[in-house]
Design a protein around this ligand. Sequence first.
Ligand code: 5AD
Ligand code: SF4
Length: 483
Amino acid sequence: MTNINYELIDTTAPAPEQEPERQRYFIAKCREIIKERELEIGRKLTFYDQTFGCQMNFKDSEKLNGILEDIGYVKADTEKADFVYYNTCTVRENANVRVYGRLGALKNYKKKNPEMVIAMCGCMMQEPEEQEKVKTTFKFVDVVFGTHNIFKLAELLYECLSGRKRVFDVWEKTDQIIEDLPSDRKFGFKAGVNIMFGCNNFCSYCIVPYVRGRERSRKPEDIVAEVKKLASEGVVEVMLLGQNVNSYGKNLENPISFAKLLTMVEEVEGIERIRFMTSHPKDLSDELIEVMAHSKKICKHLHLPVQSGSSRILKLMNRKYTKEHYLELVDKIRTAVPDIAITTDIIVGFPGETEEDFQETLDVVRKAKYDSAFTFIYSKRSGTPAAKMPDQVPDDVVHERFDRLLKVVNEAAKEQNGKLTGNTELVLVEEIDEKDDTMVTGRLSNNSVVHFKGDASLIGKIVPVVLEESKGFYYLGRLSVNG
Ligand code: 5AD
Ligand code: SF4
């Protein structure tokens, strides 16, 4: 929620041209409609979001939810709500399949609730074929927009509600970054902060640059102002978000490096922990390693997607580094920041991947000693260069390699996890333990999960915990009484 007084906006005047004033005007217009509906039906109107995909999408949903709350909708925990939106992902094909699978149920809810408005947005909607599919096959979807114009939700919703019609508005690209719109944060004590949007890398398998557009960095002063505001609201941990944070700031009017941005964020009082995601190995600078090594706030965790261990495949993937370069980088980071946890993303079954290439990947997993790895089966995305490459690997071969990879990843992870057993480490407490409500769950600086006896009063606090036992992928601990 924002503290804007929408009652003061003159909704009889024409809509302002400037943002964010224009959207505030449409929020005020929607509020009037929603209030009227509430009086007619004698209850509050509710909303529900279903978000698929990465941190970027979850961050976008927080913004959409903020707009909906300012409009007057109340968050519900069921899809039987008055406004339901699906924020979609398209990075792998199964993400699309899941969305269409769930969409069918909404049709029935809508039959029973004439108030219901259904919206779809996110990466999938940036693809013309998917948009067309929704237009023709899923006629009960009322509003469709893309990744570039989420800030316009109130305007699109107003069009839909006032005209009782379907609204489709997907932009191919944008160079706008709209600041100062509402946002509804999921956690009070930690928050994601967008530092840049889009990606210029065009890895040959990846659809992201097509659906999220070219790289655009936010100005450092806007980012720092947001972080300061978050700190004043009680946030202690920020996660700086971008598809490739290491190329942050290169295209700004006054270029600045990601490492410099980190030092600026580090100065914000009240912020205790800084995380960031995602780092492309080709752009990870010595300056960044230096800043990480000396920082008191940057967490000891680096997500460094390798994708493949074979230099030949990496070239076909257009990743712009070799196996050797990657391993040297890992060494350099470990020397500078000895207790850092490194995690990664790996794709199995990229076109042309041979058993030898795959062995190189296993070799990197063993040598890099990852704390954990997200492993993916290559998914052919139409429009990407890899989709047209010869020698797509047969399904059975890919699955068999995938299983073998998982084993090696788990072995490496087991070796890494548990290294801190016996230590007393600081833990940011995040929630009551899902399985045992006499315990709480939190995270170490290196992102490992810790469970220990405690209650809700600890949530959002950073406390010392003795790590008594490693359970492979998490620790069991005890609150340290001596501090
Ligand atoms: N197939 C499988 N995995 C993919 N990723 C991106 N595109 C594809 C694809 N076509 C993975 C990469 C990336 C992560 C977010 O998703 O490993 O780092
Ligand atoms: Fe996709 Fe590569 Fe950009 Fe990551 S860096 S979003 S994998 S194109």
